[in-house]
Every structure is written in C-alpha cells, then in structure tokens.
Design a protein around this ligand. Structure first.
Ligand code: ZN
Length: 309
C-alpha cells in the first residue's frame, strides 16, 4: 500500500478564519466560516443546529471516505491497531482570525462515563505560522480557584476573569504546546496551528458572551453542575513541546518514513514527490500502516502525525 492524497475537509465553525490555510497552499486566501481543515479525519464534526452527517470526514482523492477505506481494510490501514477500528487520532489545520473562547475538554474517564466514548480530548498545538510576528494562547490556571468562584465567573460571564486566570503564552512558528484534557485554554487570533487530538469533538465552553454560542450549548447537554467536574482548577504550568505522556494520545515528528501504523502527513514546505505523485506545501496524505516503503523526493518538510501507542 502507498500514501493516499487527501482532499481538503473544510469544517464550519462558529468563528471566522482559514486564510493562512489557503496561503499555505499557495492561494491568496480569505477568512470564512470554514476556518478548519480536518486532515485524515474519521471523526464527525458537530455544530449545534447544523445537520451535516458527513462534516469533518476526510475523503481520499477518488472521493471515497477514509473511514470507509479503513473499514474495508482495517489491517492494511491500521496494522497493529486494527482491533481498535479507529485511527485513534484527529489532526486539524486551524487558523482563527479572532480569539477563541475559554474552553476545556473532558478526559477519557469523564468521556466514558458521560458519553460512552473511549476517547476524551487531550490535544496539542503545533504552531506553523502567525499573521503578525507572534500570536498568543492562554492555558492552565495561574492560581488555584475554587469551584464555586469559577462557576460564578461562568454564570455571570466574567470574561476578563476567565481569560485573566490563565497563563498567557506568546507563540511563534515552531512552538508546540501540549494541552491535557481538563486544562482550560484559549487560542489567540492569527496563528496557523496543526492541532493533534483524540478523535472526538467534545468541547465545554466557559465563555460564550460575545460569541454566537447559546448558553445551553456550552456544556454538552450535561448542565454546568456536572460539566465543571471535567475542569482542572489546580494551577498548571504550560507544557511546551510534546512530553512522553503525549504518546498515550498521539505523536508528531518530521520523519517522512513508514511508521508501521497509520499516519497523517502534512507537507509544511517545499515541493517534490511522494510515491511518484507531486507534493507541495499544504498537501496532505493518509498513510496506511502497510505502506512499508515510501519514496520521497525533493526538498519536502513533512509533519508526520501518529495516533496513540
Ligand atoms: Zn481546545
């Protein structure tokens, strides 16, 4: 088997952006309501009020769904992980033209209990480019805040406190930040990010005032009394780079070579050929576990994204 070229899978979100995704592909680009591209995705996107059964699901170059290709040949695509029946990872390119709201994601134990899902949503951000010299993200509580106090900030939508309680981290191309499930966070405007995460779309949104988000859509239908249990309110220093603990969720490196398991490749720079087909900045490939020899020519810089070990 050989790598298969992926068609872009742009996904509707409540925020605008995406210009840097277009630019990465050599286009002029524009900000739209489709600021994310889900790469090698077998995960359905969920947007309240939108009935889009195929949203977020990646297609191969022949128009078929990657999900269907994997279901037809789990051994070839997933190799040792065939029993899991899923790639175990979701990779997105995202470029927000505005700051995103403070939010957090459930861990596996919480997701199992409340959604019957084996995956939560630990994530990591790999900054590929910024619109200005640098951008910024906010992550993890600077100081301990008790649950009642934080709940009050949410109920009263005290946005300055929600954001101000987090570490602000300036970011530039090349920076990597690990975001454990439960950690409150927000992404600033103007950063093109390759986001690796567990393959779910579970987000609990603390800050909706000023965003086109209804209060009742903020807590995944659990109510805040329950949803706040998934939040880490102990102080946490930002984790820069991918720690070894990330391997339980995903991994990323710049080695354009077979991994012996499913991988997503994103060409970051350059032009050349992959398995005889043209490849240039912004091209994306789904790489089956059974691709044991892959020819790569040219000056390509490739981000290789892997699922959990
Ligand atoms: Zn997030």
């Amino acid at each position: 088997m050989q790598p298969r070229r992926l068609t872009p899978t742009r996904v509707y979100r409540f925020y605008r952006g995406g210009m840097l995704i277009d630019r990465m592909r050599g286009e002029t680009g524009a900000d739209t309501d489709f600021p994310e591209d889900w790469v090698g995705s077998v995960t359905q996107a969920s947007n309240p009020g939108r009935d889009e059964p195929l949203a977020g699901l990646s297609q191969l170059d022949d128009g078929s769904l990657l999900r269907a290709a994997i279901a037809a040949d789990p051994r070839g695509w997933l190799g040792p992980d065939a029993g899991r029946g899923s790639t175990g990872v979701l990779v997105k390119l995202l470029d927000a033209a505005e700051r995103l709201p403070v939010h957090f994601h459930p861990d596996r134990a919480f997701a199992r209990e409340h959604f019957g899902s084996e995956f939560g949503k630990t994530e990591a951000w790999i900054v590929l480019a910024t619109r200005e010299e640098e951008s910024e993200v906010w992550i993890g509580m600077r100081e301990r805040v008790d649950r009642e106090t934080y709940r009050g900030w949410i109920d009263r939508q005290e946005r300055e406190r929600l954001l101000g309680s987090l570490h602000r981290v300036p970011v530039r191309a090349g920076d990597v930040i690990f975001v454990p499930a439960g950690t409150p966070h927000a992404i600033g405007a103007g950063a093109l990010i390759a986001e690796l995460q567990e393959p779910t779309d579970f987000s609990i949104v603390c800050e909706w005032d000023g965003y086109p988000i209804a209060a009742e859509d903020s807590h995944l239908g659990l109510g805040w009394d329950v949803a706040i249990d998934a939040l880490e309110l102990e102080p946490q220093e930002p984790v820069l780079g991918l720690p070894d603990a990330a391997r339980a969720f995903f991994w990323a490196d710049e080695r354009p070579e077979p991994a012996g398991r499913f991988a997503v490749w994103i060409v970051l720079e350059g032009s050349g050929r992959i398995s005889g087909g043209p490849a240039r900045s912004g091209d994306c490939f789904a790489v089956p576990a059974a691709a044991d020899r892959i020819e790569v020519d040219g000056d390509l810089r490739v981000l290789r994204c892997l699922g959990p070990e």
